[in-house]
Write a protein that binds this ligand. Structure first.
Ligand code: CO
Length: 150
């Protein structure tokens, strides 16, 4: 046993998944309305919309100097974003995404701690063309966290 709490903490922490924030995602009912608000009210530069059939969403990106904001509109009633908007009728913060150097190692560590992965534990390709996974919000402070292969 090490008497130094810092070293002990480092040992038990394993792989850190907290590096760069890749994006922060906000759920909206209508990308057109939302994009116009971000352009007109806060001067945001908003990308062209992109349709992600597999994830049930249409997205636009807003570039910040140190990351991105992603606006998500549900494609239909079965989209997970549609359920979120039922509970949050004004829209709202939906998830935070971190870049990780080794997504599979991160997944294995999460599973070893008892955290659940949403859907399949095999990463899917996300909005940036890279593998991603989502940690079950009930297993991490009630907030949806996405991990993306850097
Ligand atoms: Co995301």
């Amino acid at each position: 046993n090490c008497s130094c709490p810092c070293d002990a903490n480092r040992y038990h922490r394993g792989i850190s998944m907290i590096g760069s924030i890749n994006h922060i995602a906000i759920a909206v009912h209508d990308l057109g309305v939302a994009s116009a608000q971000w352009r007109e009210r806060v001067g945001a530069v908003v990308s062209a919309p992109q349709r992600l059939q597999k994830h049930g969403v249409k997205v636009v990106f807003i570039a910040a100097s140190n990351g991105k904001v992603e606006l998500l509109e549900p494609l239909d009633d079965k989209s997970p974003i549609a359920k979120f908007l039922e509970r949050n009728p004004d829209g709202g913060l939906h998830h935070i995404c971190f870049d990780v150097p080794d997504l599979i190692a991160s997944r294995d560590q999460l599973l070893a701690t008892g955290a659940r992965i949403l859907g399949s534990p095999d990463p899917e390709i996300g909005a940036h063309g890279k593998p991603v996974l989502f940690i079950h919000p009930k297993d991490l402070t009630g907030s949806l966290i996405e991990l993306q292969q850097a």
